[in-house]
Ligand binder design. Structure first.
Ligand SMILES: O=C(O)CCC(=O)C(=O)O
Ligand SMILES: [Fe+2]
Length: 260
């Protein structure tokens, strides 16, 4: 059986434009081949027609639901009307929540920093937090999953205007990513339950997206898109490999949630 599989998968790589064995051949090899090809085509259909990340000024709920929400097609929205409700949503805000013991998290990403916990990170040296010359660079992320904290934070969040409220926050989690220029998250694939939106609240961040290696013959491999303050990205982080890097001079702050 393994021989058949090896043989069949070798052929999958060779026949991208004609994914069928000769019509005159029937038998187990053809079935296996067709199964593998069909499942690869299905699994790669989300990226097969993506030439670049779509960039649109705004989205209606209808377009969001029909074209992007569940197709895996990423989109950058540059001028969504939700933006601007949360001017005080910054490092100090989280630092104060942390001091008041109101910031409960389920997951903390320290990335390249040495901070052991989110409280440690938010308690960093003031010069480091405010990017004074000579500061040590940092980039961190975390997930707020405590309902009380979520309610406090939600009041200040810019949920995309086109996202129906009953689809937002299916699992009551909010993600925050903050850091200094030149830093970000390494290339990875997530295992969260749903696709995500992420709003850039300040600074700018370059995203690099990659389609899965198994889609090498169906999809473009590499995409880049820069998200500036006031813009938001819709991305299924479970199917797109992704990496980020803060660019420009300012601290990058972004808030993210899933939708079902
Ligand atoms: O914003 C970032 O730097 C990383 C975000 C990320 O990995 C995610 O939303 O899954
Ligand atoms: Fe991620």
């Amino acid at each position: 059986m393994w021989k058949i599989l090896v043989y069949a998968s070798a052929h999958v790589s060779l026949v991208r434009t004609s994914p069928q064995l000769s019509d005159s051949y029937t038998g187990p090899l053809k079935e296996t081949f067709n199964d593998i090809t069909r499942s690869l085509l299905e699994e790669c259909s989300f990226c097969a027609k993506v030439d670049a990340v779509d960039i649109v000024p705004s989205l209606s709920t209808k377009t969001f639901l029909n074209k992007y929400a569940y197709t895996g097609r990423p989109v950058l929205v540059t001028n969504d009307k939700s933006f601007g409700r949360s001017p005080g949503f910054d490092f100090e805000f989280f630092k104060n929540l942390s001091k008041a013991k109101q910031l409960k998290t389920c997951q903390f990403f320290r990335y390249k920093t040495k901070f052991k916990t989110l409280d440690d990170a938010l308690n960093m040296d003031q010069d480091q937090a405010t990017l004074k010359p000579g500061y040590t660079p940092w980039y961190i992320g975390w997930n707020i999953c405590d309902n009380k904290t979520i309610d406090i934070v939600k009041e200040r969040i810019d949920i995309p205007s086109f996202l129906p409220e009953n689809l937002a926050f299916p699992n009551s989690k909010i993600w925050i990513f903050i850091g200094t220029p030149g830093n970000g998250a390494p290339m990875h694939l997530d295992k969260v339950k749903y696709p995500s939106w992420q709003t850039q609240l300040s600074g700018s961040k370059k995203w690099t997206l990659q389609s899965p290696p198994k889609c090498i013959f169906s999809c473009r491999k590499h995409f880049e898109v820069t998200v500036h303050a006031g813009q938001l990205l819709i991305l299924d982080t479970n199917i797109w490999y992704h990496q980020t890097k803060t660019i420009g001079q300012n601290i990058s702050i972004a808030v993210s949630g899933e939708y079902k």
